[in-house]
Design a binder for this molecule. Structure first.
Ligand code: NDP
Length: 368
């Protein structure tokens, strides 16, 4: 069966705060954006709406003085993007070709070409890479090991049992605090003796008497079996090297995130970790017409509100890029913003005052 072909002015990849904000702005500019989001998949950690879909209270998103639940906030973003005519497609993108414009994206059923591309594919949770962490049959992943307390915390296996959270950032504090609703006691295992988390999150965690900290400690191994799930962890003190087993029924890994840039590997400029590089005070990547926003290009702020802000920037950047593209005439000639005609054979440029000059770009491309 042949694939459906689509051509768009703007395609947005990702439906977190960055992607949906880009969609709201592009749709209001009448660009009829197509937003592609990955289907929900627990293993690949994809969920339409992004990371806020697995967050509970969002207290710091401006405009919600009483706070708002992450999924409710994303539902509002989505309704707003829909209201102005964003088209949504839930599909896995299997390949992208960014070497020439229009750019091409492939899914199982579609071939999509687009004049501009906004990458807002976000970031996913990192894993420790220790024995016992992987999915069954290689470990206990999904049987007591999780990277999402809000998704898995309420499971019966964790009720009134000791639970371990690994990490010392805001995610770890949020997950640990949330898990105290379910576990008998929650132990935060952190590799240093100081937290990275924001002051307010630290204060909340320290004030919670069901929460305890195990400092300067690494988790070396997750213990258990497929029948009983997780039964404990093997810990070691990073300063003394002292080792010991610690009983628990669940391990929640909360050690940060990595950008989702696998799809673009080798085609777009990234830093050594994989975050897409954007130039100066803009969302422009090294490929003209490709823009990046949100956590996929931000290793510093990583907030919903900053992601939304860069989503707005990406939409404006792509709109300006489209405004400056030459208009193709029925004859094949192109008219640039400056009023110059480039002939259909690309050999000559006719200036607004009627002069005919050789097309330098075309000549240079032929080694002139
Ligand atoms: P962070 O990078 O801030 O923290 C990661 C934590 O995990 C650090 O304490 C780090 O230790 C530890 N860690 C990293 N790698 C390992 C490892 N291999 N072994 C053991 N420990 C490890 O990530 P977060 O996901 O916590 O936060 C990311 C961003 O999201 C932040 O900007 C945060 O403010 C924001 N956020 C905000 C929330 C909110 O406001 N409600 C909720 C959640 C996140 P070390 O400290 O030693 O480096």
């Amino acid at each position: 069966m042949s694939k459906e072909t689509l051509h768009k002015e703007v395609v947005i990849i990702g439906s977190g705060p960055a992607g949906l904000t880009a969609a709201i702005y592009s749709a209001r500019a009448n660009l009829k954006p197509l937003l592609i989001d990955a289907p929900p998949d627990a293993e690949k950690q994809t969920s339409p709406g992004g990371q806020l879909m697995i967050t509970t209270d969002v207290e710091n998103y401006p405009g919600f003085s009483k706070g708002i639940q992450g999924p409710d906030l994303m539902a509002e973003f989505r309704r707003q993007a829909e209201r102005f005519g964003t088209e949504f497609l839930e599909a896995w993108i299997t390949k992208v070709e960014l070497q020439q414009r229009p750019f091409t994206l492939y899914t199982k059923d579609q071939v999509i070409t687009t004049e501009t591309l906004i990458i807002a594919s976000g970031a996913s949770a990192k894993w420790l890479g220790i024995p016992g962490e992987a999915k069954i049959p290689d470990g206990l992943g999904g049987h007591g090991v999780s990277a999402c307390a809000t998704c898995d915390g309420p499971l019966p296996a964790f009720r009134n049992k000791p639970l371990v959270v690994v990490g010392g950032g805001d995610t770890a504090m949020e997950e640990a605090t949330f898990l105290t609703r379910y576990g008998s006691r929650v132990y935060v295992v952190h590799r240093r003796d100081k937290l990275r988390a924001s002051k307010i999150m630290q204060e909340k965690a320290f004030a919670n008497d069901k929460l305890e900290f195990i400092w300067d400690t690494a988790v070396d191994k997750i213990l258990g079996n497929q029948k009983d799930g997780v039964t404990g962890v093997q810990l070691s003190n990073v300063k003394t090297g002292e080792q010991g087993d610690f009983p628990c029924a669940g391990v929640f890994i909360a050690i940060g995130h990595k950008p989702n840039t696998e799809l673009f590997k080798g085609q777009i400029e990234t830093d050594e970790i994989g975050y897409i590089k954007t130039s100066g005070h803009s969302t422009a990547t090294n490929i003209p017409g490709v823009f990046a926003c949100g956590d996929v290009q931000d290793s510093v702020y990583r907030q919903a509100v900053t992601a939304a802000g860069t989503g707005c920037m990406a939409a404006l950047d792509s709109e300006r890029f489209l405004d400056h593209l030459p208009i193709v005439m029925p004859t094949g000639d192109e008219v640039t913003m400056e009023g110059e005609h480039v002939t259909a054979d690309r050999e000559a440029i006719i200036t607004p005052d009627g002069h005919i000059v050789p097309n330098k770009t075309g000549a240079a491309a032929q080694g002139d």
